[in-house]
Write a protein that binds this ligand. Structure first.
Ligand code: GCO
Length: 255
């Protein structure tokens, strides 16, 4: 009985920013639990390559290339997916960039780019999908937050600000949409081995600090995010709303 709660068979999950990294891991996780994963990014070729990798593992996957920072493109893409393929039962707002600079050196365009990709996109995508979930009286929205929803470090001011805001947007989605049968929650990763963190992993001093600062004593591996994704995307979390689930090796539990 309990395992059936995690079964995503027949569900469609749109995962923004999923041609690589955390987004692709989230997509692989929910597809592995039976969902059809819809991969999103701006580069159709990169999307197709990622989709092929999942298909080779026998997973159900579709692609939808659109710019999540463009509200008109988001609305058109969501409408097209629902019209041509079926309802979006699960939305992962995962698209994100981290452009690092001290705040006093950060150009306007860098600040705007990080806020648009990490925060505006989550609002645009959630609004478009929730408008269609509300009449169905069911839906799952999972936002990719971060340990930086609560913690900052030098040069990550724009990124940390968006992840803190995304934590509050998750709670606001709960406030507005829980009554409609929608659960909006967040996964807050710690430090994982991805392209986005490659420069950090290449720095011996940062590596040494990270392994000391993290109780698990190591970087996270992408498959370690899949369980949280399936849990928050499934009926197993039907009474969980507005929650930030840290997957961080214990980092936010200690000083
Ligand atoms: C950094 C890292 C972090 C991680 C992740 C941690 O510059 O400190 O890029 O931001 O990417 O967000 O959860």
């Amino acid at each position: 009985m309990a395992l059936a709660l995690f079964d995503l068979t027949g569900r469609r999950a749109l995962v923004t920013g999923s041609s690589r990294g955390i987004g692709l891991a989230l997509a692989r996780g929910v597809a592995g639990a039976g969902a059809t994963a819809v991969l999103n990014g701006r580069d159709p070729a990169a999307l197709e390559a990622a989709a092929e990798a999942l298909r080779r593992d026998g997973l159900a996957v579709e692609t939808a290339a659109f710019d999540v920072t463009d509200p008109a493109a988001v609305e058109a893409a969501v409408a097209r997916i629902e019209a041509e393929r079926g309802p979006i039962d699960i939305l992962f707002n995962n698209a994100g960039v981290n452009l690092r600079a001290p705040l006093d050196e950060m150009p306007d365009e860098t600040w705007r780019a990080v806020l648009a990709t990490n925060l505006d996109s989550a609002f645009y995508c959630a609004r478009a999908v929730a408008r269609r979930m509300i009449p169905r009286r069911r839906g799952k929205i999972i936002n990719t937050c971060s340990v930086m929803s609560r913690l900052a470090r030098p040069t990550t001011g724009a990124y940390a600000t968006t992840k803190g805001a995304l934590m509050m947007l998750t709670r606001a989605m709960c406030a507005d949409w829980a009554r409609h049968g929608i659960q909006a929650n967040a996964i807050a990763p710690g430090y994982f081995a991805t392209e986005l963190t490659a420069p950090l992993r290449a720095d011996p001093a940062f590596n040494e600090w990270l392994c000391r600062r993290t109780p698990a004593g190591r970087w996270g591996e992408l498959p370690e995010l899949m369980g949280a994704a399936v849990f928050l995307a499934s009926d197993a979390s039907s009474y969980v709303n507005g929650h930030l689930l840290y997957v961080d090796g214990g980092m936010t539990a200690v000083v």
